[in-house]
Design a protein around this ligand. Structure first.
Ligand code: ATP
Ligand code: LTN
Length: 327
């Protein structure tokens, strides 16, 4: 049986990078896999969060899942904090991961750089992420390129645990789509599109309105060559826009290149904005309909129950294997 688990942190406004690298894959994968899509709120608090905002954002991510097409009848949708086994196995995994391994994680280096103090949970973050995945015996984990290192570490930990304590965990595979796994900033194609960029025109948010999206794409940097061609090395900015176009239109990049052959960037950027708006508008409409609904809370409650049934069994198995007295 194939199982998928993945999640998007409720730590800020969701941008189209998260949609491209993660969410759109969830929709496709739920057709073929037994699916678990959760909201890693315990990961969000590894950096300071305003409590009121965190509550709201946690609902927002759940609403984005549903609005984008995650079907709660097929997939379990739940909050990480509602399934206690995450914190429990997270601790057990901390006992297995090495300090040196955690020190090599680039996300930790990026997020701690220049800060006077960071939480120890930011450092041990990958142990909890490994627990998230291993609890469900997930075979596949769809993520953006930036999470590859964490999934690789999860594989190492699962293998180490199995060798030391006996076969307990499935060793998961990351799923990283070739197109759209790393959407870059609109103002600088060497940086990942991220909400932490102080330039608001550098990213498109899932909730941006049509006028804002048009304005942001019109300002996106390109190059002086004036040809719509995919060449990430020499034309990183235009190649990034082509990837966005491809993800949001569902068309292959060569088809798009052909359409704009011999034309400059003006028309291409305008139409790119329309392609993104056409995809986002229906998602935004459903999002606003469900964000404050009872239905959303029912989905989360039901999802947590389904998730806990599996997670509790795995954590029990892991504890027994390690010699924790269980009775
Ligand atoms: P932060 O920048 O605060 O670390 P994030 O956007 O990387 O947040 P999440 O919101 O949890 O973190 O990301 C959800 C998923 O989206 C992850 O699988 C991540 O790899 C993917 N993702 C995030 N940004 C991008 C991007 N620019 N391009 C492609 N995928 C992305
Ligand atoms: N670390 C991820 C979020 C995350 C995750 C997971 C993704 C936490 N646990 C388990 C996939 C599977 C991030 O920062 N985007």
């Amino acid at each position: 049986m194939k199982r998928v688990l993945s999640g998007i942190k409720p730590s800020g406004d969701l941008n189209i990078g998260g949609y491209s690298g993660a969410l759109q894959q969830y929709i496709k994968m739920q057709e073929e896999y037994e699916s678990f899509f959760f909201i890693p709120d315990l990961h969000a608090i590894t950096v300071p969060q305003d409590p009121k905002e965190l509550r709201h954002r946690s609902k927002e991510i759940a609403a984005f899942y549903i609005a984008a097409g995650v079907n709660p009848k097929k997939s379990a949708v739940f909050l990480q904090s509602q399934v206690a086994a995450h914190a429990e196995l997270g601790w057990l995994m901390e006992t297995q991961v090495h300090f040196g391994e955690l020190s090599r994680m680039t996300q930790f280096k990026d997020k701690s750089e220049g800060k006077d103090s960071v939480s120890s949970a930011l450092f041990t973050y990958p142990a909890l992420m490994a627990a998230d995945i291993l609890l469900y015996q997930a075979t596949h984990v769809p993520v953006g390129e930036d999470q590859k290192q964490h999934v690789e570490l999860t594989r190492d930990l699962a293998t180490r645990f199995n060798n030391r304590f006996g076969e307990t965990f499935v060793v998961p595979e990351p799923i990283i789509e070739e197109t759209g796994c790393r959407i870059m900033s609109l103002d600088d194609p060497t940086k990942k599109m991220s909400k932490s960029n102080p330039n608001k025109s550098s990213y498109i948010l899932m909730l941006d309105d049509a006028a804002t999206i048009r304005k942001k794409f019109s300002r996106a940097v390109t190059d002086s060559e004036m040809s719509v061609r995919y060449d990430p090395e020499n034309k990183p900015a235009v190649s990034n826009l082509l990837e966005v176009y491809s993800v949001f239109s569902g068309e292959e990049i060569p088809v798009i290149e052909k359409r704009y052959e011999g034309q400059g960037y003006g028309g291409f950027k305008k139409e790119l904005a329309e392609v993104v708006i056409a995809k986002l508008e229906p998602i935004q409409k459903t999002f606003h309909e469900i964000i404050d609904s009872e239905e959303l809370l029912t989905i989360l409650k039901d999802g947590a129950e389904r998730a806990a049934a599996i997670a509790d069994e795995t954590v029990r198995k892991a504890k027994t294997a390690m010699g924790i007295l269980t009775f």
